[in-house]
Design a protein around this ligand. Sequence first.
Ligand SMILES: [Zn+2]
Length: 256
Amino acid sequence: MFSLNRKTHKLYYDDLHLDRCVAKVVKSGTGHVELDATVAYPEGGGQDADNGVILLQNGCEIRFIHARKMYCDHVAISNFPEIQVGGVIEHVVHPDDIAHLSGIQAGDPVEVRIDRLRRSQLSLSHTACHLLLLGVQQIRPDAVEWILGCHIRADAARLDFGVEERISNEEVHEIETIANAFVSRASDVRVYAHAAYADARYWECEGEVIPCGGTHISNTKPIGRMEIRRKSMGAGKERLSCSFSDAIFNTGIFHA
Ligand SMILES: [Zn+2]
């Protein structure tokens, strides 16, 4: 199998609160830049990517609107969903800033900064999505057996399930109550890596463990009140979405 002999240092796993870092350009392609390290979380596990800027030494600012993982290795880990490890992260440049790419070359020092409000929103949304899942696990364990997909956006998150019996309004209400109880208890969230694979990560809250490589907040309280809605996606497919209009996004915890 094709495997790349280089990889991007994923600083967002070393310190989830880091919002900037220095790095070196590895290469720039058509509309994207690869660095030797980054704080930008790439799209993955249903979570949208970070946005931000790459600052060049000459003061030029290159905005990136997306970050993507490329050339990862697939590994099989027991009790873990399909996972890709290693690989490189490409920062996809804003169309208006592509012209600046002609001015950079491999080895150039740069600084990467992410949009920290967006990261805070995505981390909170992702944590809320896990509480939604824990509610479903208690009320409809059959649905958790067949998760069809998830999408974690800055303002909301959703999970799609394959089910034989639809999720009733009463069940949605019970799931919402369970999720909100996690918020009310202001429970701490812990994330940690698999002993053998730094990219295989776990999320844990009140002893509940979910394999997950996304970004999260460290306590459930800032989520505020979660509102859960159900949508039928056709025969055998149900979508549960959560939103959190009272959420408090902590952008002050990042390092200077
Ligand atoms: Zn997660």
